[in-house]
Write a protein that binds this ligand. Structure first.
Ligand code: APR
Length: 311
């Protein structure tokens, strides 16, 4: 069986880690694509990763390029092209710059790999994934945004830190937009199947939910220049792997809702089955009245940023 082809649009901090993880997991051959001004940088990263092969033992071929012809026959794209958040900037401030970039990327992907599955990471995520979908004209199962996987991972991390138990055994989900209005669902969080609400008191749980909502910003402040990259890269790799191996994992993703949870026409974080057909299904479940209210608030925030794209 021929190797799969994974193309990373944007070879910066997240892109470089995506390349490393794709190779180490032997997901396929890797193309790191960036703008011509950064072609040397991505060619250098690719060569460095090739030189890691004797030590790590993987056989993936990795190249850096700024030539769109090289992305032909790609199975899965992961898009991080754009500029990251700077201190004091919220994700929405990024919109104008990153929108222009996503439009350019969507037009080129449509032209060179019209059947690929596309995972968008660039921020502001809810608007960027919508813009990609609109400009590319791709089918809804071909396009998804990476946000909930990361936000849920952060929620899991904070619960693990609080309880002292393994993060691996914490399961939970965060719904909604990838911004301060996201909805961590503590009611459904468990540690090894034990409800978190029986392990952590309500006041502390609320503080953990609040920290989760601004977890990206916490890292932006610490870095002083740039945003998180290790956990975002691994979160997207889980989604790509589920597609490439038809694992049918259930991951909170920004998927196009057409009636699910009463939402119509927007990409928003919902439990999503990812398999070889891309976004295969959104799993609906009954929300409490309070969760419904919170989801409606986060939907309004998503609508606002999507409206700002003018698409
Ligand atoms: N095509 C391809 N690559 C592009 C384009 C373009 N039109 N425009 C910019 N890039 C590249 C940049 O040259 C840079 O190498 O995108 C890369 C972005 O990398 P970083 O600046 O290191 O940003 P990173 O930390 O990887 O985050 C990328 O993901 O989480 C979001 O908010 C974050 O939007 C940001 C994105």
């Amino acid at each position: 069986m021929a190797r799969k082809k994974i193309t990373l649009i944007g070879g910066g901090q997240i892109g470089g880690n995506l390349a490393l993880l794709s190779a180490q997991k032997e997901l396929g051959d890797v193309i790191i694509f960036d703008i011509p001004q950064s072609e040397g940088m991505v060619k250098g990263k690719a060569l460095d990763l090739m030189q890691l092969r004797p030590h790590d033992g993987y056989d993936s071929n990795i190249i850096g390029t700024s030539n769109w012809e090289d992305v032909k026959n790609t199975d899965v794209f992961i898009i991080t092209a754009g500029i990251p958040r700077k201190p004091g900037m919220n994700r929405e401030d990024l919109l104008d710059i990153n929108l222009g970039i996503i439009k350019d990327v969507a037009t080129n992907i449509k032209q060179h790999a019209p059947n690929a599955f596309v995972i968008v990471i660039s921020n502001p995520l809810d608007a960027m994934v919508y813009a990609f979908y609109k400009v590319s004209g791709f089918k809804k199962n071909q396009v998804v945004g990476m946000a909930g996987a990361l936000d849920s991972g952060r929620f899991r991390t904070f619960i693990a830190m609080e309880t002292g138990y393994s993060a691996q055994d914490v399961t939970c989900m965060v719904l909604g937009g990838h911004g301060d209005t996201m909805v961590p669902i503590s009611r459904l969080a468990t540690v090894g199947g034990v409800p978190v609400t029986d392990l952590i008191d309500n006041k502390r749980l609320k503080e953990i939910e609040d920290r989760t909502r601004v977890a990206g910003g916490e890292i932006v402040k610490l870095f002083g220049n740039g945003s998180a990259f290790y956990a975002p890269a691994q979160s997207a790799i889980e989604m790509a792997e589920s597609f490439l191996k038809d694992k049918k994992r259930v991951i909170p993703c920004a998927s196009l809702c057409e009636g699910e949870f009463g939402i119509d026409g927007y990409f928003i974080g919902v439990p999503t089955v990812i398999g070889s057909n891309g976004v295969e299904k959104i799993l609906e479940f009954t929300l409490t009245n309070n969760e419904k209210n919170e989801l409606s608030k986060t939907l309004n925030a998503v609508k606002k940023t999507v409206t700002e794209t003018g698409l």
